[in-house]
Design a protein around this ligand. Sequence first.
Ligand code: ZN
Ligand code: ZN
Length: 412
Amino acid sequence: MGQDQTKQQIEKGLRLYQSNQTEKALHVWTKVLEKTSDPGGKFRVLGCLITAHSEMGKYKDMLKYALDQIDTAREMEDPDYLTEGYLNLARSNEKLCDFQKTVSYCKTCLNMQGTTVSLQLNGQVCLSMGNAFLGLSVFQKALESYEKALRYAHNNDDKMLECRVCCSLGNIYVQLKDYEKALFFPCKAAELVNDYGKGWSLKYRAMSQYHMSVAYRKLERLPDAMECCEESMKIALQHGDRPLQALCLLNFADIHRCRRDVDKAFPRYESALGIMTEIGNRLGQIYVYLGVAKCWLLQKEFDKALDSLQRAQDLADAIGNKLCTLKVHCLCEGIYRSRGQQEELREQVVKFLQCVEELELYCGMCGESIGDRDQKLQALPCSHIFHLKCLETNGTKGCPKCFKSSMKPGFV
Ligand SMILES: [Zn+2]
Ligand SMILES: [Zn+2]
């Protein structure tokens, strides 16, 4: 199969894919992959297969195609192809929660000497890197990467990228417990979808609704949370978007748990866990186990809660997510305290304090903790994070922590 025919067949696959005939599209693209003799065509068809498998949640296949793609790029020795190939490797590893690998592939991308084509990918590289740092609970570097990604989005007028970064910012502020910002950013994403998203895939709408839903739940606005989550789930079901279905199920379960309705929560946790295990979303699985443990605690079933927390702990260690480890120790502490098991209690307290130390969850001004309750936070352009109230009393110029000059708040 030569260059022209390859191109035609790739286009044919794209039309099928866009009209929701995924299986047929995959068939066409797989045939192209077998038969084409054009390396550029092979690279592009692999790109299509990577995107499709990513959206279906078939992350292991996604990684396999990404490895093929980088081999193709290496044969062509073209920096633009290499950048795109490494970005896809980074994304595959991000989906599989291999966050260290994601960071290192992103760094490779940013060091490539490509043309303007690959420079345009830098925003997406920064987003992926931010997500990986967040997966490792390295909050400051995550914020720094998101800030850069937003700058690229603004400079290139890339509204889709801006929308995705806003969703990720919602996620980071949920974790840092500034729920006002956690809601603000996905609302911004939803606005972008309304204003510019006529031609976009519905997944952008679904994604922003999901992140809004999580923030509403944290703000205890449960009917709003339910409404957004239902909207998101509806689109996820229509599109066969398994990863988002799993996240919505987890959020439904959490909403029911907040209403203390464990009978409705448990089956939803179970369904979420099933999909997350299948697709390889280990971070999602941790949050399921944490939610299940909290349900058992509501029922005073301490042994079952501890069992679920152990599973969360094992996965959190495996992927290197320190915030989840901290949450596990915090919940275990409560259990041992109520049972009067002093020795176990002491051990958990020590581990908990170690986590707080490692996570550097302190305000750079007052030295008090951040991220332990709902408080307004502000990040400076250097990405150092403070209580908003502390910054407002800071009369001097520059960041109180690193002394960088600009006090103008950044995007994030
Ligand atoms: Zn402070
Ligand atoms: Zn600073």
